[in-house]
Design a protein around this ligand. Structure first.
Ligand SMILES: NC(=O)c1ccc[n+]([C@@H]2O[C@H](COP(=O)([O-])OP(=O)(O)OC[C@H]3O[C@@H](n4cnc5c(N)ncnc54)[C@H](OP(=O)(O)O)[C@@H]3O)[C@@H](O)[C@H]2O)c1
Length: 274
């Protein structure tokens, strides 16, 4: 862990967001938020291990990165996949400083549609593999004394969305595990935080945005900042959490949602006061 002694304008601020020489693992790096995050970490100086199932897309992303990226394909739905990916990552790059647990699936199902198989699948990817990968990299994160784990959760775990009971459960689990692991590993210098993205215009939303008339506009209208988010909106916060700029921040869950979760867009008309 880097001991920081001063925050009084000592000229360090321009470097504090960089992660030069650090090694990062990003799951779900083949597109969307994971792709943006892998690119941001590379630009800030990290060597990035890119994981996902679609090798063509991982290669497309890796081709643009400058710090000797590594591709490790993995299907995180499989039993044992998180542990195995941790072992392969350590064998490939030796040690890890930053882990971005981003891979995830949405599982839109109403209560009457949801099956046990659906539940097993979404928990396997969004929760089980996320935790097992993190635990597998734990000794390395601890040994390197500057570790940062960033879990990509969702505002679904904060708000209670309609028709996504299983997904909301996985993301609430991620936030709970984030706090518990931050408590376990804080004394050893590893920080653990989660980001809850709001409505981010990635492949998860592509079909609905294209086919449901007015959906894109009506949802944007509900967001205080009046626009959908983009991968970079999340990637920049992930980079902040990976870097020493967030060195005193752990166990936190940050909604990056244009204000959707915490702010109201309703105008409440109160009677005039005399
Ligand atoms: N977009 C949003 O509005 C939003 C909002 C809140 C939270 N999130 C969360 O943000 C994260 C990224 O979402 P996104 O919007 O960027 O979605 P996306 O564009 O669909 O990307 C999902 C990523 O996860 C990977 N993935 C999916 N299933 C996998 C599996 N079985 N094994 C390994 N990798 C797998 C995909 O890669 P392959 O297909 O190549 O395997 C892809 O890289 C997810 O955890 C999601 O829950 C998104």
């Amino acid at each position: 862990m880097t001991e920081q002694t001063s925050g009084d304008g000592d000229g360090r601020s321009s470097d504090v967001h960089r992660v030069d020489g650090r090694i990062a693992v990003v799951t779900g790096a083949s597109r969307g938020i994971g792709e943006s995050t892998a690119r941001a970490l590379d630009r800030a100086g990290a060597r990035v291990v890119l994981s996902g199932r679609t090798v063509d897309d991982l290669e497309r992303v890796a081709a643009d990165l400058t710090n000797d990226p590594v591709i490790l394909p993995a299907d995180l739905a499989e039993s044992g996949a998180g542990t195995e990916l941790a072992e392969r990552a350590l064998a490939a790059v030796g040690g890890v400083d930053i882990l971005v647990n981003n891979a995830g699936i949405p599982m839109r199902r109403t209560p009457d549609q949801l099956t046990e198989d659906d539940l097993d699948l979404v928990f396997a990817i969004n929760v089980r593999s996320l935790l097992m990968l993190t635990l597998g990299l734990g000794p390395s994160l601890i040994e390197r004394r500057n570790g940062s784990v960033i879990n990509i959760s969702s505002i679904a775990g904060l708000r209670g969305p309609i028709g996504r009971v299983a997904y909301a459960g996985t993301k609430a689990a991620v936030d709970g595990m984030t706090r518990a692991l931050a408590a376990d590993w804080g004394p050893q210098g590893v920080r653990v935080n989660s980001i809850c993205p709001g409505l981010i215009a990635t492949a998860i939303w592509e079909e609905s945005r294209r086919t449901v008339p007015g959906l894109s506009e009506s949802l944007a209208e509900q967001i205080p900042l009046k626009r959908w988010g983009h991968g970079d909106d999340i990637a920049d916060v992930a980079l902040f959490l990976a870097s020493d700029a967030s060195r005193y921040l752990t166990g936190e869950t940050i909604a990056v949602d244009g204000g959707l979760t915490r702010l109201s867009t309703e105008t409440v008309r109160l009677p005039e006061h005399g």
